[in-house]
Design a protein around this ligand. Structure first.
Ligand code: UD1
Ligand code: CA
Length: 462
């Protein structure tokens, strides 16, 4: 079956009270429109046309790389007009029409619609659902024989009809070219001045051509019109994603406070503690433990990694068996080797840390290359910035850096060298050497006693 997709996304989204076009608002790290595109992609459509209006430029820019095309609806004359505007760009074959603000639609539900549509040989099929608690959806009107005869918009329906007709329009339509021909017959609604796509239903019903509605879960249909809706929809998607990972063998100590974005992946037997955010394109390996309060963004985390409490990992890579945190910060382009340890209050930026290397406490490593099995003492700082430029620090394998050391870059510490505690290293250290830079210690004997008697003498003279 040749299928094209039309996504309606020209609406204003006034109730969002936002400068951002509605379909660009994010649900679990991805714009709503992206979720809709993700749901239709597996149907392998021949083309995806998005109808844009409000914020058209912003929407186009955001999706310029997605291989979808855009048509501009100059005036928001309603959903019927929006499809009519798109029609000129639609190829032959059937057209799937859906809303850009309904990010919970699933491929599974769309497949059911397609299957029923083909089986029945309809020219128009659409999704419907039941939920008494929802207002503002179109109502599906059926005749005594149960055949769909119309969709009536909620605001134009009497309260008696409201009681009788409880089946609601999901706003997802599958239309054959034959159905699209009826678009021109839709008349402007007298009360709202809009052309309602839903009016095509009664027109087709009168023509006697195949037409029906197919029920789907209400959850799949929920649209976002307000910030409250956005939170509800985000909550449902979070639950769906977390449930899926639990099915695949991931433990969530408290799934209600764990946020996993839709593109993230997690390995089997990984345990995720509460208040954790796994975002963007993050991939977490098998058998990891992510302790509470951590956020991992666009990062690759290997197998058996421990991320201890309150750590932040951004655009970085962490090797198998490494340990990060508590309270560590891996800034972009950090690469942590296997079994390496980045401990309490350690910040790493644009640095690579060798296999088995350790920086256990209170350290800043920026623009550094740290070899395997290096030990970085507490309070070590790479002084990588002179106020104008950034410089690199190279620490070769097996080096031992004593505590409270400053490494003034550019500088290189040779293989196996030692740097004594408290050093300010400004010159390269040859392999195997000990670098020490200290003022020799003096002990002033009996200094305290002498100070006290001097003070007592001054008081006595008063
Ligand atoms: C619409 C349906 C309603 C259905 C509901 C499901 C109509 C008349 N009503 O109502 O039966 O229950 O969807 O969610 O179709 N849009 C445009 N151009 C326009 C107007 C709207 O692109 O001129 C887009 C909007 O951006 C939105 C979608 O079409 O993505 C639906 O429009 P909206 O105004 O939200 O329709 P509803 O009142 O929700
Ligand atoms: Ca809507």
């Amino acid at each position: 079956m040749s299928l094209s997709v039309v996504i309606l996304a020209a609406g204003r989204g006034k109730r969002m009270k936002s400068r951002t076009p509605k379909v660009l608002h994010e649900v679990l790290g991805r714009p709503m429109l992206q979720h809709v595109i993700d749901a239709v992609m597996p149907l392998k459509p021949s083309g995806i046309i998005t109808v844009v209006g409000n914020g058209a430029e912003e929407v186009k820019q955001r999706f310029s790389t997605e291989g979808i095309s855009f048509v501009l609806q100059k005036q928001l004359l309603g959903t019927g007009n929006a499809v009519a505007v798109a029609r000129r760009h639609i190829g032959r074959g059937a057209v799937l029409v859906l809303n850009g603000d309904g990010p919970l639609i699933t491929t599974k539900t769309l497949r059911i619609l397609v299957r029923n549509h083909l089986k029945r040989g309809n020219i128009l099929s659409f999704l419907s659902f039941y939920d008494e608690s929802l207002a503002g959806y179109g109502r599906v009107i059926r005749d005594k024989a149960g055949r769909v005869s119309a969709i009536a918009e909620d605001r134009h329906v009497s309260s008696a009809d409201r009681k009788q007709f409880t089946e609601l329009n999901g706003g997802v339509y599958l239309m054959e070219a034959e159905a699209l021909q009826y678009l021109g017959r839709i008349r402007k609604n007298r009360r709202s001045g809009e052309y309602y796509l839903t009016d095509i239903v009664s027109i087709i019903a009168r023509s006697g051509k195949g037409l029906d509605a197919y029920e789907c879960p209400a959850e799949d249909i929920l649209g976002v019109n307000s910030r409250h809706d956005l939170s509800v929809v985000s909550g449902i998607m979070r639950k769906r994603i977390n449930r899926e990972w639990m099915n695949r063998g991931v433990t969530f100590i408290d799934p209600d406070t764990t946020v996993v974005h839709s593109m993230v992946s997690l390995g089997m037997d990984t345990i995720v503690y509460p208040n954790t955010y796994l975002e963007g394109s993050t991939r977490i390996g098998k058998g990891c433990v992510i302790y509470p309060g951590s956020r991992v963004l666009n990062s690759l985390v290997g197998d058996g990694v421990m991320v201890k409490d309150n750590s932040l990992i951004e655009d970085s890579r962490v090797g198998d068996g490494a340990s990060i945190g508590p309270c560590a910060h891996l800034r972009p382009q950090s690469v942590i080797g296997r079994r390496a340890k980045i401990g309490n209050f350690v910040e790493v930026k644009k640095s690579s840390i060798g296999e088995g290397a350790k920086a256990s406490h209170l350290t800043y490593l920026g623009d550094a290359m740290v070899g395997a099995d290096v030990n970085i003492g507490a309070g070590t700082i790479t002084c990588n910035y002179d106020g104008t430029n950034k410089y690199r620090t190279v620490i070769e394998p097996g080096v031992f850096i004593g505590s409270d050391t400053q490494l003034v870059a550019p500088v290189k510490i040779g293989r196996g060298a030692y740097v004594a505690a408290g050093a300010t290293v400004t010159r390269d250290v040859p392999p195997g050497a000990l670098a020490i830079s200290r003022v020799p210690q003096k002990n002033l004997d009996d200094w305290v006693q002498r100070k006290n008697s001097a003070t007592a003498g001054r008081k006595g003279r008063k």
